[in-house]
Design a protein around this ligand. Sequence first.
Ligand SMILES: Nc1ncnc2c1ncn2[C@@H]1O[C@H](COP(=O)(O)OP(=O)(O)O)[C@@H](O)[C@H]1O
Ligand SMILES: [Mg+2]
Length: 258
Amino acid sequence: MIKPTNILSNHPKIEKGKALIEIRDVQKSFGDNHVLRGFNLDLYEKENLVIVGKSGSGKSVLIKCFVRLVEMDSGSVKVLGKEISELGQKELDELRTEVGFLFQGSALYDSMTVRENLEFPLRRHPDKLRGEKVEDLVIEALESVGLAHAIDLMPAELSGGMKRRIALARTIILRPKIILYDEPTSGLDPITSKEIIQLILDIQQKYNTASLIITHDMDCARVISNRMVILRDGINYAEGTYAELVQLKDPKVQAFFK
Ligand SMILES: Nc1ncnc2c1ncn2[C@@H]1O[C@H](COP(=O)(O)OP(=O)(O)O)[C@@H](O)[C@H]1O
Ligand SMILES: [Mg+2]
């Protein structure tokens, strides 16, 4: 892996605290398509870590491996200290309440109102109510994304940006320690993209979550990241802050900044 040697960055660097996710030598193939070829990564407390990679490079497969929506072929993924391949279904469900996942698109339930979409995870995990009323948590989550007034709308009545916000509200309602974002700005216009990026930063501040953000949008990566990893050829090809990576002479890294 390429690591910058000349550190001239004034980017916000996070002190590396406790590792919340530890990924070692993850491999995944689909038939002859060897997508992940030994990927390594740590996600630390409170950081915004961005993984960039070209379309089809394996970004979605990679983050789905972290919560076993895709089963890796070999390697090790520890989330909050637990080796995920060893978990039974109940423990896995429990762990998934600690790890929010914002899917590419939004994945709202189209037949449910916004309120019902947000109630859904709380009804499945009543232990997460923290002594509060469902309605109060729904309203608080909606206020966090600036959409309290949309509570009784159906997904079909929402714009793309609003859907993304509601999906984010549904993710934070269980107060996850980690949020995984798969292409949070894809399909959005530049202004709405900026709003979603700001919202991700606000949510991280408010709830002290660590975020792992997958994107091919280098503007998003530049604004949001404390640290970046380039996924290329199935591995963590290069790592550093945006300012560090942009200076690397390696043509495969430079290709991302053109
Ligand atoms: N369920 C699947 N079955 C077969 N191939 C898959 C599956 N999911 C992903 N792939 C392949 O894995 C590669 C990486 O996909 P993906 O992780 O979705 O890329 P991206 O970086 O754009 O998110 C692609 O070649 C894709 O076709
Ligand atoms: Mg993808």
